[in-house]
Design a protein around this ligand. Structure first.
Ligand SMILES: Cc1cc2nc3c(=O)[nH]c(=O)nc-3n(C[C@H](O)[C@H](O)[C@H](O)COP(=O)(O)O)c2cc1C
Length: 382
């Protein structure tokens, strides 16, 4: 155990990250949309799920491992794509990838990463690639080809942001793209010298402000500048035919992220997708959407066993991982939990977050009397 961090749960890592980061970066990483009811609903829904534990079942050996896409993982979790990692820590995408590789869990590279996929792939481990489509679709196709060439096993196409989400605090803080200097964010950054030196200072030494990576050089713009024409994410015209086109182009596993309706899950199965992520984007897309864990059972009933069902949005404890599996998910994705670790202590903090979630998963299973995930699935959830 990495006791030296003195962080004993994800909430400790969160608090440490909050103190280190300028408010504008912290709010970008942490907050939801509009009134943040969706974020609260995600947690409340997890808390409503309870177990009726079984006793005297010999739980000295707990095995939370399982197979995802034909390969074993130590416990049913992968790191979700989070675009802001490079602002939370210097080369944050790489730190996430390295910590995930060391923990043996897959890492999902975000389309919005500030390192390009080739640099992130240097972290090793199992890689998945998350796609937002750029307005100029040929850019997306080129990136997807590179991802395949680098050995990314799965393409996660995120569907729950057909239009940009309403994040009012980003405008207030001036932390949008392009980044706009104002009295508030200048004071914010200057009062966080550790972040300024450790993140921005290191970028400055290494060649400048991070840019939207993954685009050809001629289209890359610094995060302080507006994107050139065609190089903005734009999906308001994406439909099932568009996803079928991606299916034809992508030889690996295809996963549709941001599914909350069983009919959409069925349609994903019919069009040849290999999985869905039951997700409301961690409460960062539509504030009034159903909590993912509440949407899960119907989706499992519709497609479970025939495609891989992931769940995300609100996972903060190992018990949440077990609840998702008990309700039929094959695995969860964790977004903020590893990001808090990253903000707290870089790669070491991410490792700590993953370690805590795995230990808590094992402890919850032992408490429940479930020695492996099949036994979790057979246990009754209240
Ligand atoms: C700071 C941040 C950035 C994110 N960036 C992306 C992204 O680039 N692509 C994507 O599909 N999802 C993105 N997400 C959503 C996550 O992949 C995931 O769905 C969500 O974080 C799950 O909820 P959780 O944070 O409660 O675990 C982001 C989430 C956060 C918190």
């Amino acid at each position: 155990m990495r006791e030296d961090l003195a962080c004993y749960n994800i909430a400790d890592l969160r608090e440490r990250a909050r103190r280190r980061l300028p408010l504008g970066i912290w709010e970008y990483a942490e907050r939801g949309v509009e009134d943040e009811a969706g974020m609260a609903r995600n947690r409340a829904a997890f808390e409503r799920v309870t177990f009726r534990p079984r006793v005297l079942r010999g739980v000295h050996q707990i095995d939370p491992s399982c197979e995802i896409f034909g390969r074993r993982v130590p416990f049913p979790l992968a790191v979700a794509p989070t675009g802001a990692a490079g602002l939370v820590w210097h080369n944050g995408d790489l730190a996430l990838a390295r910590a995930a590789a060391a923990a043996g869990v897959p890492f999902t590279i975000s389309s919005a990463s500030t390192l390009d996929i080739e640099q992130i792939a240097e972290g090793g481990g199992r890689l998945w690639f998350q796609l937002y489509l750029w307005e100029d679709r040929t850019l997306s196709h080129a990136v997807v080809e590179r991802a395949w060439g680098l050995g990314c096993e799965a393409l996660f196409v995120t569907l729950d942001l057909p239009v940009p989400p309403n994040r009012e605090y980003i405008q207030r803080n001036g932390f949008g793209t392009p980044f706009k200097l104002n009295a508030r964010n200048v004071a914010d950054v200057l009062t966080h010298p550790r972040w300024l030196a450790g993140v921005m200072g290191r970028y400055a030494l290494g060649g400048g402000i991070p840019s939207q990576a993954n685009l050809p050089d001629r289209l890359r713009s610094k995060i302080t500048k507006s994107a050139p024409p065609g190089a903005l994410f734009k999906q308001d015209d994406l439909d099932w035919d568009g996803v079928a086109d991606l299916r034809r182009r992508w030889p690996g596993k295809l996963v549709l992220k941001g599914i909350l309706h069983p009919d959409d899950a069925r349609r994903a199965l019919d069009m040849g997708a290999d999985g869905v992520v039951v997700s409301n984007h961690g409460g960062r897309a539509l504030d009034s959407s159903i909590a993912s864990i509440d949407a899960l059972p119907e989706i499992v009933a519709a497609v479970g066993g025939r495609m891989t069902v992931f769940l995300d949005s609100g996972v903060r404890r190992g018990s949440d991982v077990v609840k998702a599996v008990a309700l039929g998910a094959d695995a969860v994705l964790a977004g903020r939990a590893p990001l808090y670790g990253l903000g707290a202590a870089g790669q070491r903090g991410v490792a700590r977050a993953l370690e805590l979630l795995q230990r808590e998963t094992e402890r919850t299973m032992a408490m429940l009397g479930a020695r492996n995930l099949d036994e979790v699935r057979r246990l009754l959830v209240e």
